[in-house]
Design a protein around this ligand. Sequence first.
Ligand SMILES: [Zn+2]
Length: 361
Amino acid sequence: MKRTAIQLADGRELIYFDERDDAVRDEIDRRDLPTQPPAAELRYDPLVDEWVAMAAHRQARTFLPAAGDCPLDPSSAERSTEIPAYDYDVVVFENRFPSFNYPAPVDPLADPTPLSPARPAIGRCEVVCFTPDHNASFASLSPERVRTVMAALADRTAELSALPEVEHVFCFENRGEEIGVTLHHPHGQIYAYPFVPPRTLTMLRAARRYADGTGGVLGADILAAERAAEVRVVTANEHWTAYVPAAARWPFEVHVVPHRHVLNLPGLTDAEVAAFGPVYLDLLRRCDALFNAPLPYISAWHQAPVRHPDRDLAYLHLQLTSPRRAAAKLKYLAGSESAMGAFVNDVRPEHAAALLREVKR
Ligand SMILES: [Zn+2]
């Protein structure tokens, strides 16, 4: 694989991850782009001890453009896109409409109240294009391309973790308008947060409690228990198991977990990376076959935070969740979920796993 970093016209970084070692990436971005927005603002919510990003400039971001105007296509003689090259394998670049960006703005922020301090939302938001093919999907990628995507995500995790302000790197894919996707071109995103996100903290607290009580690694013991129970396992190979968790929150929720305790994507061996694609592609193809239509989903990599004291208790895994509960029905986060954080799932996890196992692909 060959990695080539360039700068876009407004100074943002773009990195090509090419499967051919002799790829030459010397195209220049000739667009006339406005300067980058200042960093968004982070405000502390003292009521629940969490940070909230205010990124008003994102209201102006590109929203469901016509296929001919897609900014994630390769450039052509007629049209310049975000990617200057006329073709690519996998490309990562800084989001033009970031929730977190770098470096800091010069203006100091005023605190809205003494209890709610504000600070600049320093960090990075990146876009990951999986393929130049506008009409593809992650499920249609080859296992080789999945390896390239994984190499790109591991590269970004390592590099972004080295930024002094970054506390956590989150790689994810939103798929489908039902999820709020604003660009149809198959792509993922990376958020490098200047804090450890709430869900990561919750998982670390649970892992710490479990380690103190049993001496075990929670992620490893859950995986062993699910593999022993079998009833919620969807698919597996030598290095990975995909299962519906016993207490799934979503109608369709699957965790794809490495058999070895690994903290983050850079920690995977070549064999583990190579084995991920076949299991994940099998899962995605089952998902799309469920309702004979592309399943809307959020695919989220849970990694260890950069420097939390309990980071060694984290256990890398991918969490795929879909709000689709029937062919024409979506689960919405209503009163109990949105206001109380208490999920009610309409589909039994064992039933969801059986449907995914038995579906004709
Ligand atoms: Zn496109």
